[in-house]
Design a protein around this ligand. Structure first.
Ligand code: UDP
Length: 237
């Protein structure tokens, strides 16, 4: 069986890296992600990763506490670099060739983001981790995932969550909540479903990049998706 997708973007929230601790980086989570990434990398799937920073810092929270919004956002972008380096370390421990490219230059620790070079790495089978989001305040790493996916012509964005898809309401609070199997981007926007922020959703919609929301904690899910199994919630259209 050949994989359904040749090039994917995996979006990991900072929160996901924190695991049960809720803050910082859980090495066990890093290892699970690395194993699952290795599995699909070995199938010949080109994997780019965009990682968030919410396990350390969120710009909006800092700005509510009185920090200038742009400064707070830059701090958030730096948090994504910390996570990217932790991921690279975890990937390389499993023998996956990995490059980090940052949207904000810091040449001593990572390559600057250069689209053509990123594509070249992917073609050579290296995993590319995109750090520092879009490089601009007022954006999110979800938007960075949508932007990078469009730029590198990825076929799909895999949005890793702690739940197995998008629900009509919070399943922890509302027992009547149902999981959607398929959604249209317009429905996500109109119903304000919590998939990704509206900027990221619009970017995916306008550029026809489908996304799948899935549970990262179920080992093997990344492989299932790339092999074409229908799990989680698909958003397209
Ligand atoms: N951020 C930003 N521009 C970007 C991406 C991220 O300003 O293009 C900042 C923003 O402050 C955000 C923080 O970095 O709160 C962490 O990113 P995000 O909230 O997307 O992380 P996640 O929720 O995925 O952990």
């Amino acid at each position: 069986m050949t994989p359904k997708y040749k090039r994917i973007v995996l979006k990991l929230s900072g929160e996901a890296l924190a695991g049960e601790k809720g803050f910082g980086i859980d090495q066990e989570v890093i290892e699970t992600i690395a194993r699952q990434t290795k599995e699909v990398n070995e199938l010949g799937v080109q994997v780019a990763v965009v990682v968030g920073g919410g396990n350390f810092w969120r710009g909006a929270v800092g700005s509510h506490a009185g920090i200038d919004r742009s400064t707070a956002d830059y701090m958030g972008m730096l948090a994504t670099v910390i996570n990217s380096l932790a991921l690279q370390d975890g990937f390389e421990r499993l023998g996956i060739a990995t490059r980090v490219q940052t949207a904000i230059e810091m040449r001593q620790i990572a390559e600057p983001y250069i689209r053509r070079r990123a594509i070249r790495h992917l073609e050579k089978g290296r995993v590319v981790i995109f750090a520092a989001g879009t490089g601009n305040p007022y954006f999110s790493t979800d938007t960075a995932a949508a932007l990078r996916a469009a730029e590198i012509e990825a076929e799909i964005i895999l949005m890793a969550k702690k739940v197995d898809g998008v629900y009509s309401a919070d399943p922890k609070i509302d027992p009547m909540a149902v999981r959607f199997e398929d959604l249209k981007f317009m429905e996500v926007l109109q119903q304000r479903l919590r998939v990704m922020d509206s900027t990221a959703t619009s970017l995916c919609m306008d550029n026809q990049i489908p996304i799948v929301v899935f549970n990262l904690n179920e080992v093997g899910n990344i492989r299932r998706i790339v092999m074409g199994e229908k799990i989680g919630t698909f958003v397209r259209g």
